[in-house]
Ligand binder design. Structure first.
Ligand code: NAI
Length: 216
């Protein structure tokens, strides 16, 4: 496949395509037109065609898309055709909730270690994985070839801990702490802030309510 720069907006839409196609595949659908897919996903058919054209199209005139093929190709683009080993730092409410979520594993994201600074948590098991002290991270990374760290610790600690992880060779951080991490350029950080998503919802709700009020 030809290498070209894909916009962040397109990449951000791929997981949704992947999810819908996965559901279609599991439901036994072998092919689907961009029109049908657009009706299901509530985006325009031309948006779908444009998005998928970035990766060479995959569709055939008069046939539509081969669901399994497209699902697998998008999986490859997203890098989830291969397994990724993860460690999770911060086994509090959020950390344990994430570690308990089985679907990450189904997507190939395998948590190999859970670490925390609170010794009272050591030995506690979360889905077969014991919570361990921070000084065991390095050995775990070497043993399991860890490429992603999940950070679910307070923001006051996150910058410092991220620096330590980088010094151990981590290349990707899934950051839930509400702080910008200070990492070298070759380390990827994906920030996840549920409250930002909630604020977006609140903005849309406010707009809707205002329009509704004006129209009365
Ligand atoms: P929590 O207090 O239940 O858990 C935090 C855990 O981090 C504790 O087990 C604590 O011992 C551990 N910890 C503290 N300092 C540490 C260090 N230096 N090294 C290793 N472990 C350390 O808190 P909760 O509710 O699980 O939240 C965790 C973080 O996630 C917070 O920063 C919170 O603001 C953030 N958060 C983010 C959300 C998001 O959407 N991004 C949603 C909810 C929480």
């Amino acid at each position: 496949m030809e290498e070209k720069e894909i916009s962040g907006a397109v990449i951000a839409r791929l997981p949704r395509y992947f999810r819908y196609l996965g559901e279609l595949k599991d439901g036994g659908t072998e092919r689907i037109s961009s029109k049908e897919l657009s009706e299901r996903m509530k985006v325009t058919a031309s948006q779908i065609r444009q998005d998928l054209n970035n990766f060479g199209g995959f569709g055939q005139q008069g046939y539509g898309y081969n669901v399994k093929f497209l699902y697998e190709e998008i999986g490859k683009i997203l890098g989830i055709d291969q397994k990724h080993n993860l460690i999770l730092i911060g086994a509090g409410n959020l950390g344990q909730a994430l570690a308990n979520y089985v679907n990450f594993e189904k997507r190939g994201f395998i948590i190999k270690g859970i670490f925390d600074a609170n010794e009272k948590l050591y030995g506690k098991i979360v889905r077969d994985i014991p919570i361990r002290p921070m000084n065991e991270i390095k050995a775990c990374m070497e043993e399991y070839d860890i490429d992603i760290a999940v950070l679910t610790i307070p923001k006051t600690e996150a910058v410092k801990v991220a620096e330590v992880l980088v010094s151990y060779g981590i290349k990707a951080i899934w950051n839930f702490a509400h702080v910008d991490l200070n990492v070298p350029e070759d380390v990827m950080v994906e920030n996840v802030h549920l409250s930002e998503s909630l604020m977006k919802l609140s903005y849309n709700l406010n707009r809707y309510q205002e329009e509704h009020r004006e129209n009365r």
